[in-house]
Design a protein around this ligand. Structure first.
Ligand code: PMP
Length: 390
């Protein structure tokens, strides 16, 4: 019959149950499929049906491009989780947070009173899109200028007249660190990319209260394909500039996407409002326990131990359970860590993509269960093989 699911690369057959023995497990991309079982369990309450005549127009009845209901659910979501302070702030939507990253750079580089372009920086290892998107249109208003640390002292000097936009990713993709802003002073503006600041991945010590914060449905509910993100913005001028960008770039986020996001977030907030978070955290925690156990027996690979923190949402002290494992190859000859893994049929993303050495490699921990189990098995084989050689 017709397959009911799309098989991942290591399985085939009508119901994806036939395993292809030597296939490589692809943990390069952070496709958040680990949440699919939760949505299968909640299939009825989370589904949307859109009739052919429904929501055909460009704008909502009030002339805006943004659903007021969805906006108020987002306020409620942050109040419930306690990860961001949204009071007295503006909210706008984007096609994923990807679109909002550039909207933020556009908005924050606009008022440059000096002729030199605004420098866009991030702390290495950083999410590659900050660089590639900033460079895409070759703007003369802003330039990607690499790792934040090389500019640290320059923003303190009084002779500086260059403006900076610093991406602060917390927790960081790829290494899970709870990054803080490095650049200070009147020439530095910050974009807080909080894609992973959810209890699935980290303790939530306190709500973030920054001038510009970005979130995405992708890593919250796992609906990466709906392309829905939102920005929480303090300053009216910056908000207006970001709205201008979205208006000219796509004229808003599809009504279908907003409808789906509303339906999903209502499920997230229903009942005691913790079910999805409990589900997501349990999976991530279990995955990390298994990964850590395998890697603890290896001298060839290491993973940095990140500290536990008190989580105000779960009222527990918890270790982090990041979306990615940031693996380091310790042996001198293993400079190209991704190649070592590739030989063991694991496809990861090399350090160079994040602005650091290839001694590091990023592996996704948020993929489907099949992919994760296969990753564990391949890592286990690799680590055991290593031990028997030694
Ligand atoms: N920021 C970070 C740090 C990410 O890891 C991602 C997704 N990989 C995004 C932004 C963009 O996500 P989306 O466009 O799906 O919202």
């Amino acid at each position: 019959g017709t397959p009911i699911c799309e098989c991942n690369a290591c399985f085939t057959g009508p119901d994806c149950s036939l395993f292809k023995p030597n296939c490589a497990v692809d943990v390069d991309s952070g496709n958040p499929m680990f949440l699919e079982p939760f949505w299968k369990q909640n299939a009825g309450s989370s589904g949307v049906m859109v009739a052919g005549w429904h929501r055909m127009g460009y704008e909502f009845e009030d002339g805006s491009l943004i659903s007021k209901q969805l906006k108020s659910v987002i306020h409620k979501l942050h109040d419930t989780v306690g990860n961001a302070n949204t009071s007295n702030k503006y909210i706008l939507f984007g096609a994923g947070s990807t679109q909002l990253l550039n909207a933020a750079v556009y908005a924050l580089s606009h008022h440059t009173p000096y002729s030199s372009p605004t420098k866009v920086v991030a702390s290495a290892p950083y999410y590659p899109v900050y660089k590639s998107q900033t460079e895409l249109l070759g703007s003369n208003k802003y330039k990607f200028s690499g790792d934040t640390s090389s500019w640290k002292n320059k923003t303190r000097s009084t002779s500086t007249t260059t403006n900076f936009i610093e991406f602060v990713t917390c927790p960081n993709n790829p290494d899970g660190h709870l990054n803080k802003a490095v650049l200070q002073g009147k020439f530095a503006r910050h974009v807080y990319d909080l894609a992973y600041y959810w209890p699935h991945y980290t303790a939530i010590p306190s709500p973030m209260d920054e001038d510009l914060m970005l979130f995405t449905l992708s890593k919250l509910t796992g609906h990466a394909g709906s392309r829905f993100g939102w920005a929480i913005v303090k300053d009216k001028d910056v908000y207006d500039r970001m709205v201008e960008y979205i208006d000219l770039n796509t004229y808003g986020v599809p009504r279908e996407t907003q409808l789906r996001a509303l339906k999903l977030l209502n499920v997230v907030l229903q009942g005691d409002r913790r079910e999805m978070f409990r589900f997501a955290h349990t999976i991530m925690k279990t995955r990390w326990e298994k990964l850590a156990e395998i890697l603890s027996t290896s001298k060839r690979f290491s993973i940095e131990q990140l500290p536990s923190q008190h989580c105000a949402f779960s009222k527990q002290v918890r270790p982090p359970s990041p979306a990615f494992a940031w693996l380091k190859c310790e042996a001198e000859e293993d400079e190209e860590c991704h190649n070592v893994l590739r030989e063991a049929n694991i496809i990861g993303r090399k350090g160079a993509a994040f602005g650091v050495e290839n001694r590091y490699v990023r592996l996704s921990v948020v993929n489907s269960r099949d992919d994760f189990d296969l990753l564990l098995q391949r890592l286990q084989d690799l680590v055991s093989k290593q031990r028997s050689i030694v």
